[in-house]
Write a protein that binds this ligand. Sequence first.
Ligand code: ADP
Ligand code: MG
Length: 356
Amino acid sequence: MLFDPRPKERRSEIFDRDEEIKALLEGMKNYPITLLIGIRRVGKSSILRVALNECEGIGIYIDARRLYSTGGSVSQAALVGEIRNILAGKGHVGFLRGISVERVTIAGVQLKPRETTFVDLLEFLNSLGRKAGKKVIIAFDEAQYLRFYGSRGGKELLAAIAYAYDSLESLGFVFTGSEVGLLHDFLGLEDYSSPLYGRIYEEVEVKPFRRELSREFLRRGFEEVNMRVPAEEIEAAVEELDGIPGWLVEFGFHYWKRGDFERALDMTMRKARALIREELLELEKRSGRYKLILHAVAMGLTSWSSIKDYVEARAGPITNARLSELLRNLEKMGWITKEEGKYRIIDPIVEKVLKE
Ligand code: ADP
Ligand code: MG
């Protein structure tokens, strides 16, 4: 059902996106590394899950954001544990009986077995794939959170993946990211100092729906739940919500459940507000000035100097270098974009919430 608010898992549940799924499947098949990028709520997780379900290989889906949010960092033990659970769920129990669970007893003293490393696991998965004659696809959703892996900004993890890239040919990796620039920075495929420097990869971009597709999405969604919705309402909803499937689903769901157009739009905006506030709080932890900058841009202060005036009037002096850095970070995190020297907020709903 299109208006189901959870990420989709099967192609029959998803609207459009055949091209993106095809590109991702080809990436999985032909490249050791594929990136799936796009702003929040555009449909990356859905596309990834559908592709993992359809690919010829053995798909392993890991939500890096969830791994991070359980402890504020991502430990090797948590990652290994997560993959193990997934393997157990798929019926691959062999590894569970491997080195890491058996206790070794020497002269009556029980020794704690060596902790299974991520590299052990990759080697195991590689042999699993080789035996099955299939590629094992390890997909990290919202992979920019892996920079919180270990104590060196995720370098150990990248080194393990670089090793897999070079030596474990039955493995493939997918990384998705809403914070596109952060993902690129983390992976460092173009960064000389990164373990993954110079590796070949495919990149698939997921864009918001165009106007006509957004209308069609809503029409189809309402049709599915047997609702007749006037064309003006579809038009007005798309005008308000634009082409980001996450917001369209939210609206469709509420209209379907409540039968009240205004109320559904209202509830969607309320939900958006709550989600965006949460994300802004996350941002403020990194720097209090991020929110000020976003407010400035949302209010139409699009030039570098007007943003600077706005921020300084409220939070005191800021150096040019620091402001540039914060702006660059906001671009990398997918909040703003710069065109012809002017900044703007990418997601129109975010812009509305910021203006309130
Ligand atoms: P992302 O991972 O990019 O944040 P999700 O895949 O979680 O996006 O999608 C956000 C919401 O939009 C979910 O409710 C999902 O079900 C819905 N959605 C996204 N793309 C589609 C699509 N093509 N068809 C139907 N629903 C979609
Ligand atoms: Mg997602």
